[in-house]
Design a binder for this molecule. Structure first.
Ligand SMILES: C[S@@+](CC[C@H](N)C(=O)[O-])C[C@H]1O[C@@H](n2cnc3c(N)ncnc32)[C@H](O)[C@@H]1O
Length: 191
């Protein structure tokens, strides 16, 4: 019995470490609030042949709901969940496995400050001829405000044109294009 408790304790310590280590997870995991999900998805403005990134996807609450809607509308839209925390990556893979639109969902373990978005887009385009012609790139962000500009900078370096939806926090450098949607928390859209 003591062995079982010890194993559980070790697992608990590992989980706490994975969620609190600033190196592994510099931005804490807080899911977007479920009351705001429908407004967030509306703000993403789902259309055919888009590629939607959730940078710091958490447990995928936004990306999986959005992928469900895209499936209902028969959109050929691709979803990419980028996450750094191995436990959340495992949860994302499990949820993807049982998702109705799993073929259009990709889970990527990477750092949102370093990920080469352009590479990811090229890989997706290689597998889908329709996306080669025209596509919109949308980036969803719910991350600490002081990391927003750094993340946007990385996206800009690696990709020419993309739109952004940011939950709770505005992005100063995109102010000109800003539309604010009032949910329980604000949703900032830069389409
Ligand atoms: C506030 S949560 C948002 C989760 C999800 N986007 C949502 O809206 O529910 C931020 C997420 O970013 C992840 N994260 C933190 N730093 C990261 C990094 N450098 N690269 C990738 N993901 C990161 C965390 O593990 C966490 O899951």
């Amino acid at each position: 019995m003591i062995i079982v408790y010890l194993i559980l304790l070790v697992i608990l310590i590992i989980i706490i470490f994975l969620f609190s280590s600033p190196k592994l997870s510099p931005i804490p995991y807080f899911p977007s609030q479920s009351v705001d999900i429908s407004k967030i998805i509306k703000a993403l403005d789902l259309k055919n042949n888009q590629i939607i990134f959730d940078l710091g996807a958490g447990d995928g609450i936004v990306i999986f709901k959005a992928a469900e809607k895209a499936f209902r509308h028969k959109f050929n839209t691709k979803f990419v969940a980028v996450e750094i925390n191995p436990i959340l990556i495992l949860i994302l893979h499990l949820r993807r496995l049982f998702h109705i639109n799993r073929n259009n969902i990709k889970i990527v373990r990477d750092d949102i400050f370093k990920i080469n978005i352009k590479d990811q887009i090229s890989k997706i385009k290689m597998t889908d001829q329709k996306l080669k012609i025209k596509n919109d790139i949308i980036v969803y962000l719910y991350i600490s405000p002081w990391f927003l500009e750094k993340t946007i900078e990385n996206c800009k370096m690696k990709n020419e044109k993309f739109s952004v939806v940011s939950y709770m926090y505005p992005i100063k450098s995109l102010k000109k294009k800003e539309i604010v949607i009032q949910g329980r928390n604000k949703i900032f859209s830069y389409l």
